[in-house]
Design a protein around this ligand. Structure first.
Ligand SMILES: NC(=O)c1ccc[n+]([C@@H]2O[C@H](COP(=O)([O-])OP(=O)(O)OC[C@H]3O[C@@H](n4cnc5c(N)ncnc54)[C@H](O)[C@@H]3O)[C@@H](O)[C@H]2O)c1
Ligand SMILES: O=C(O)[C@H](O)COP(=O)(O)O
Length: 387
């Protein structure tokens, strides 16, 4: 029997995938698995019992990845599961920036009881007139799950699209429309674009990348959209740019006291992934990853350990070992098993940066003293036996 805890509301259609071997607990300290969306986990203590954290979503900057890795807790996310929801909100954001739809609707609401509304409308409407997206240039920074969808959709709206991503994956490159211009530098993208949308994770080299220096390279009256992470944009520089008119409009999914209420800012309350479809997709993927890890030891879409998959566990025991990525670990594991006369039927070992994962199928059961000995090897972080 496994216990799971949800730190945020998680779509029921996903939780329904947990069968009678799983029970929900309100006590995070007794959970084997935690399912989370944006809840802040950096200050949390993790119990020895916790084996897996599944982020039902993309961004993992709310989770202390290294601390988890050191404690032998595998962290998953759900790549692409909410990408369409965000893509649609980016398109909506561009349309809201292009035409003063919000101002116009507010004006109608203010005059809803006015008998002259119809006549006044025809006089007033020019105050809310705008431009079209067709023929404008869009720069997309980050061509991952979301960036690719946004770039491709914008070509269908008749926009010229520039994409910039020095680390683009082969998969993403295959999905990208051939009509997208390849910006070789981000400066080229800044120079060409009427609209700029950013879809990168918050990392050391991306935090604050939209600052006054970047804005100084952009067209005057540029529209900037940030549905990725607040930290990517220097808020002080953005407020100055909106006030001076260097940036015509800033569409963001991250309300902060500095930006909310500034003229030219369209501030959305983090709704990118808040659609029924995205929430369902993320929950289903997060639960599937969790179950496969707990029951088979397989790792898919981890952000702090390598992916590693040996399929469904067979009759014998499966020993899984989370460990540091250092020399002679495999030699020590197999040496111990050989000494205990245990036969290995299947084995896999994968590494990612400083961490590694070894899965070993043995015939029969795994003797407790062998497991103890494995745990004592320097560099081993967690040993689990799935019997
Ligand atoms: N607003 C929301 O509700 C919402 C929903 C989903 C995702 N997000 C955020 O959107 C962002 C993108 O999500 P995704 O699912 O597309 O992620 P992803 O991992 O699929 O794509 C990120 C892309 O950024 C690229 N990249 C990394 N560093 C870069 C750099 N310095 N310059 C250019 N490109 C760089 C990577 O190569 C990758 O292709 C993340 O920050 C995520 O947290 C927000
Ligand atoms: O990174 C993400 O997936 C988004 O920011 C969505 O976050 P949420 O699940 O809290 O809406």
């Amino acid at each position: 029997m496994y216990k799971y805890n949800c730190l945020n509301p998680i779509a029921q259609v996903g939780l329904d995938k947990f069968d009678e071997n799983y029970v929900k607990t309100d006590k995070v300290e007794e959970a084997d698995a935690v399912i989370v969306r944006s809840a802040a986990m950096h200050e949390m203590e993790f119990s020895e019992n916790l084996k897996v954290i599944a982020r039902a979503g993309a961004g993992v900057n709310n989770i202390p990845l290294d601390k988890c890795a050191e404690k032998g807790i595998v962290v998953f996310n759900t790549p692409g599961a909410n990408a369409n929801g965000v893509k649609e909100l980016v398109i909506a954001g561009m349309l809201l920036a292009a035409r003063d739809i919000i101002g116009g609707i507010n004006w109608v609401q203010e005059h809803e009881e006015d008998g002259d509304l119809v006549k006044m409308t025809e006089k007033k409407k020019k105050a809310f007139a705008g431009t079209e997206l067709e023929g404008k240039t869009l720069g997309v920074i980050g061509l991952g799950a979301i960036g690719v969808l946004v770039a491709n959709a914008a070509t269908h709206l008749g926009m010229e699209v520039y994409g910039y991503d020095p680390y683009v994956s082969v998969d993403a490159a295959w999905k990208l429309s051939r009509n997208i211009h390849h910006a070789k530098t981000v400066d080229e993208l800044y120079k060409e674009s009427d609209y700029i949308t950013i879809h990168v994770p918050a990392l050391e080299d991306t935090i604050g990348m939209i600052n006054k220096d970047a804005i100084s390279l952009m067209k005057k009256d540029v529209v900037i959209l940030n549905l990725a992470r607040d930290l990517l944009v220097n808020s002080e520089d953005m407020v100055d740019a909106l006030v001076s008119g260097a940036v015509k409009c800033y569409v963001t999914d991250f309300p902060t006291p500095e930006i909310a209420g500034v003229k030219g800012a369209i501030v959305i309350p983090h709704l990118g992934a808040s659609t029924e479809e995205s929430e369902d997709n993320c929950a289903k993927m997060a639960v599937k990853e969790t179950i496969d890890y707990l029951e088979n030891g397989n790792i898919t879409h981890s952000v702090n350990y390598p992916d590693c998959d040996m399929g469904v566990k067979g009759d014998g025991a499966r020993i899984t070992i989370l460990h540091h990525n250092i020399p002679n670990m495999l030699g020590q594991f197999t040496g111990l098993l050989a000494k205990a006369n245990m036969n290995i039927s299947l084995m896999a070992n994968k590494s990612k940066k400083g961490y590694a994962y070894t899965m070993i199928d043995v015939d029969g059961v795994a003797a407790a003293e062998v497991v103890d000995a494995l745990e004592k090897i320097e560099g081993v972080l967690k040993v689990r036996v799935i019997q």
